[in-house]
Design a protein around this ligand. Structure first.
Ligand code: DUC
Ligand code: ZN
Ligand code: ZN
Ligand code: ZN
Length: 483
């Protein structure tokens, strides 16, 4: 069967033009005028864009004594409802667990996905087994490894481990990702606030100031530079981290920053003068920041120093959040956003003039596909690309509400926000999964997308060669008698 999307305006990362799109066998087979098909989707008044790719989700993840509430079924249903046609989730070995063992768990969970997906592999401990298995992981089509610089005593890795893993990534043509917060300082500040009787959710934000993120971001950049590998910084939330990324990029280093839609549109006032549930539902790491940090993130998107917009979708119910009553360090960290990322970014970014439509496509899809090495199979409107497309109605609007969302949780951090710009159709490999707000997807339709190591990602940074250049050997320090 051939499906044709007619009368729309194609918007890609670099072009805007009127044309029809013809789809067969899950791929785009022709782009042009007056195309005919068996199934016709009318895109009059709409933009035809590459479906969103969310490079940062945590679906059914064991974390902080529980599991994140959205699994691959509800999570990918939420994604498609909001125009996102692919997610990259984090396979997370518990410390001591093998990487391939963890991957098996993620393979099992992801069989329920409605849309295509890929994985990043987390490096949560270091040893010969991890070193060896990183190669097997890359051979399985996973070219990105995540490192937590926070969550001391649980997921955190130290600088020696970061350096070793980054060097291994360089050898394998993979890209390291970092959750950049100084975990030692966070642990100290958390203990201090608890000891002073500051046990509420707002103290979570106090314990993770922008400085802990700026310091860790800069440290990760320098370590990546010494290891000779590019770097992807997840959930860049503040000017302190953005400044480090900006400086690195100006020096010619391949460093990518990923702000979240939450940090772009919600600020720290959500934690203050709010009831316990309201604040706790918004506890995530890094926490929401003030308006100055938000301005910095928006500037990074328009100026090109920040590369992509993600969600870090890691949803917990109110009951799960209440594990932390009396001790903010026990509130499961995370917020949702998969269904809302595209409409929120369109509303607060494109409609306000902060970013263009083409920049919208770049940061929600194309840049991600390129950095994660799956372009142009994903992230493109091109002949031969997967027909992961969203027919975007810029005039459609709704008020975001937990009552109508796909996510399994009982609230929404964007509750009450009016968004204008919604999918009319969302197509996953040519199959219509969403039509005018009605979900038509099929559980298990999603397929794993292999992302090979690539030239594009394994080029070294700017200055590292200095480190490996031959050095004069200093012999005068050795006593004549030997040691
Ligand atoms: N931050 C969160 O808020 N949740 C999941 C993991 C993380 O780093
Ligand atoms: Zn993180
Ligand atoms: Zn409230
Ligand atoms: Zn995350």
């Amino acid at each position: 069967m051939r499906t044709v999307i007619k009368n729309g305006t194609i918007v890609t990362a670099d072009l805007t033009y009127k044309a029809d799109v013809l789809i067969e066998g899950g791929q785009i087979i022709e782009i042009g005028q007056g195309l005919k098909g068996d199934e016709v989707l009318d895109a009059t008044g709409c933009y035809v864009m590459p479906g969103g790719i969310d490079p940062h989700t945590h679906l059914e993840m064991p974390f902080m004594g529980t599991y994140s509430a959205d699994d691959f079924e509800s999570g990918t249903r939420a994604a498609l409802a909001g125009g996102t046609t692919m997610v990259i989730d984090f396979a997370l070995p518990s410390p001591g667990q093998g990487l391939m063992d963890a991957l098996k768990m993620w393979d099992n969970k992801s069989t329920r996905a409605h849309c295509d997906y890929s994985f990043h592999m987390a490096v949560t401990w270091w040893g010969e087994q991890v070193f060896d298995e990183m190669k097997e992981v890359v051979d399985r089509g996973i070219n990105s490894f995540k490192h937590f610089m926070a969550y001391k005593g649980a997921l955190m890795v130290n600088d020696d481990e970061l350096y070793a893993s980054f060097k291994r990534c360089a050898e394998l043509g993979a890209i390291p990702l970092v959750h950049a917060e100084n975990g030692d300082v966070v642990a100290e500040l958390s203990a201090k606030f608890l000891a002073e009787g500051n046990v509420g959710p707002e103290a979570h934000a106090y314990s993770r100031p922008p400085q802990v993120e700026g310091e860790a971001t800069n440290r990760a950049i320098m370590i990546a530079d010494m290891a000779g590998v590019p770097l992807y910084v997840v959930h860049t939330s503040c000017e302190d981290a953005h400044e480090a990324i900006r400086r690195a990029r100006m020096l010619g280093k391949r460093v990518y920053g990923e702000p979240l839609i939450q940090h772009l549109t919600l600020d720290e006032s959500e934690y203050f003068n709010a009831d316990w549930d309201h604040a706790a539902r918004r506890v995530m790491s890094p926490p929401f920041r003030n308006k100055l940090h938000q301005d910095s993130l928006w500037a990074g998107l328009s100026g090109g120093t920040l590369s992509v917009v993600a969600t870090d979708h890691c949803a917990f119910t109110t009951d799960q959040k209440r594990y932390g009553v009396g001790d903010f360090t026990k509130i499961p960290n995370g917020t949702g956003g998969l269904e809302d990322r595209m409409p929120m970014l369109w509303t607060y970014g494109v409609r306000t003039g902060r970013i263009t439509m083409n920049e919208f496509v770049a940061v929600t899809s194309t840049n991600i596909a390129k950095i994660m090495n799956m372009y142009p199979k994903k992230g493109a409107v091109l002949v031969g690309a997967d027909a992961d497309l969203v027919v975007w109605d810029p005039a459609a609007s709704k008020v975001i509400s937990a009552k109508t969302q796909q996510s399994a949780i009982d609230y929404n951090v964007f509750e009450g926000k009016e968004v204008t710009g919604l999918p009319r159709y969302t197509l996953s490999r040519g199959v219509v999964t969403v039509e005018e707000g009605a979900f038509k997807g099929r559980e298990g339709h999603g397929e794993f997308v292999a992302r090979p190591p690539g030239q594009a990602v394994n080029k070294a940074l700017s200055t590292w060669k200095e480190l490996t250049a031959p050095r004069p050997v200093q012999r005068s320090g050795i006593p004549a008698s030997g040691v």
